[in-house]
Design a binder for this molecule. Structure first.
Ligand code: ADP
Ligand code: MG
Length: 353
């Protein structure tokens, strides 16, 4: 920018000085009858024609500099070494049917100076076909906990297992093929709605895409779009609502038929009725699939096989809804504040009326 802001006026000055010289010298010659008026006009035109490309060159240098700066940033990303790599003898296959997910005394600290442990002493087990709900306040460590299952991060202490084998003993390709994650912030890519759903399995048939969208309760609104599944998704999905994006993201995860499905607060922007329908559809197609569902709303977790309450990185309570209601004061508190409180409010409103 500095180069350009000094070059442009300088060049303009040169052109203008040139113009003055041509008119002055040419004018004198024309008066003496050595030059015709037409020759002076022609000369001025030649001068302008040669100077224009020169001025454009300075603008080009600006584009070039901006391009270099961007290329450097892209290069930095391409050169990033992944923190997590396959072990040299990692197996390319996962344990067969009947494998469950386990966490053995897991502790986790985010890399960096002076970071506090985010998780400690996490021990839990999920059997095939089970739904595990994870409940806790914001910042308790729920997302961190479930991100350890697809190995987005490696545990600091303890281990995460699948079918009894440490996740670090299998390749990431094998693991990613088996895990479907719907992240807290659902991300849509540019392309059509169909492309977005098919992202994890591009060879999936139209019927499979629709079945996945149905289970995620997305088929209805997609059919109502002017171009249905061919509707284009704008930058970051800005032409869809939060709940619609979440449902497309769920359909995308379901299409790969994962053995482990992770829903990180994925229905937070969906209304309760639709959420219940999604849960019912998930339950119907469940089979051996293990589902981890992080939730803020207690209504989301009521039907889970096991509820894990996380408080400041530790398991505060673990069990079914009935067990926790009977034994865990923290769970009772959450339950009261969400459902009990609602009922109380309704009762008060009734009394006033
Ligand atoms: N990438 C990260 N680097 C460092 N600290 C993080 C990172 N992600 C989350 N944390 C911290 O870990 C804690 C738990 O975060 P998170 O697992 O996102 O909680 P939750 O999902 O329960 O709201 C928070 O204190 C948060 O600040
Ligand atoms: Mg979270």
């Amino acid at each position: 920018m500095r180069f350009m802001s000094s070059m442009t006026p300088l060049l303009t000055l040169c052109v203008n000085i040139g113009m003055v010289l041509v008119i002055w010298a040419g004018g004198l010659q024309a008066i003496n009858g050595e030059l015709s008026l037409g020759q002076i006009v022609a000369f001025i035109n030649y001068l302008i024609s040669t100077m224009t490309p020169l001025i454009m060159m300075t603008q080009l240098s600006n584009t070039w500099a901006a391009g270099l700066a961007s290329a450097k940033r892209v290069g930095e990303i391409l050169d990033t070494e992944p923190a997590i790599r396959d072990a040299p003898h990692a197996r390319p296959t996962l344990p067969g049917p009947g494998a469950g997910v386990g966490m053995d005394d897991v502790g986790f600290v985010y890399a960096g100076d002076g970071n506090e442990p985010v998780l400690s002493n996490i021990t839990l087990e999920a059997c095939p076909g089970e739904t595990i709900a994870i409940l806790g306040a914001t910042g308790a460590g729920k997302s961190t906990l479930i991100n350890l299952i697809p190995r987005f991060y490696d545990v600091t202490t303890g281990r995460v297992t699948f079918g009894g084998a440490d996740l670090r003993e299998v390749t990431q390709d094998a693991l990613f093929a088996a895990v479907g994650v719907v992240p807290q912030e659902s991300l849509l890519f540019s392309g059509t709605v169909r492309d977005n759903i098919r992202y994890g399995r591009p060879e999936a048939s139209e019927a499979e895409v629709i079945a996945a969208a149905r289970a995620a309760q997305a088929d209805g609104f997609i059919q109502n779009l002017s171009q249905g599944y061919d509707t284009r998704v704008e930058e970051r999905g800005s032409n869809f609502s939060g709940g619609q994006k979440q449902r497309i993201a769920i359909a995308r995860a379901l299409l790969v038929q994962p053995r482990i499905l992770i829903l990180d607060d994925s229905t937070s922007s969906v209304d309760v009725e639709t959420e219940t329908k999604i849960q019912d559809a998930l339950e119907a197609s469940n089979g051996e699939r293990i589902t981890f569902v992080v939730a803020q709303r207690i209504s989301t977790v009521l039907k889970a096989d096991k509820i894990v309450v996380i408080e400041r990185g530790r398991i505060a309570a673990q069990g079914t809804h009935r067990e926790l209601l009977a034994t865990s004061p923290i769970y009772q508190e959450i339950y009261d504040s969400q459902l009990g409180g609602g009922e109380r409010l309704a009762a008060e409103a009734g009394a006033q009326a």
